[in-house]
Design a binder for this molecule. Structure first.
Ligand code: GDP
Length: 171
């Protein structure tokens, strides 16, 4: 099924000069760019909705710290800290927001993007090839792990995020 998904090239991706390379990687697997919005910076009200302080979401982020080998007293509290760092970071500089479209687009974009932590992301993925950071260093420095991109995690999330970033599409 042809599906749309949302990708954000984060401030580390744009400032690092990776925008064109990242777009090429998605196009190379058959995804088409149907919308693009360059923002500098992104409005905080949108970023707060994009990264909500929702209990299940916070836990899932905190679990990534635990999986990276750091003990925490509460996954949810750890997730809350990370989301605070993320909101600040995403609104700190230029980003590029894209709607991509293709066969099984949501899964295909996630697969091309790779795992959250670039140090353990599979080679051949964007994060695995271009990312140089890791979760443990990022936690120590009180910032989100730099992994260049956001890509929607499910079809439902994609629809919600497209509406949020491109309300003018009226979908
Ligand atoms: P994604 O879907 O792979 O982007 O990951 P999530 O939605 O779980 O997390 C959102 C973003 O938060 C990630 O892309 C990372 O930049 C950051 N992040 C997630 N987990 C951690 C963590 O345990 N520590 C730090 N420092 N950053 C994290």
């Amino acid at each position: 099924m042809i599906q749309q998904t949302l990708v954000i090239i984060k401030p580390d991706g744009v400032a690092g000069g990776f925008t064109d390379e990242i777009i090429k990687r998605y196009e190379a697997v058959g995804l088409k760019i149907v919308k693009r919005k360059d923002l500098n910076p992104a409005p905080l009200e949108i970023v707060e909705k994009h990264y909500p302080m929702d209990s299940d979401y916070l836990k899932s982020i905190g679990e990534k710290t635990i999986a990276a080998g750091q003990a925490v007293t509460s996954a949810e509290d750890q997730g809350r800290k990370v989301v605070g760092w993320l909101r600040k970071f995403i609104t700190s500089g230029p980003i590029v927001v894209l709607v991509l479209e293709g066969e099984d687009g949501v899964k295909l974009a996630r697969k091309t993007t790779g795992f959250t932590d670039p140090s353990t992301a599979e080679k051949g993925t964007i994060r695995g090839d271009l990312g140089i950071d890791n979760i443990l260093d990022a936690n120590r420095e009180g910032r989100p792990v730099y992994n260049l991109i956001h890509a929607s995690g499910s079809a439902e999330e994609a629809q919600k995020e497209i509406n949020l970033w491109f309300p003018e599409l009226g979908q």
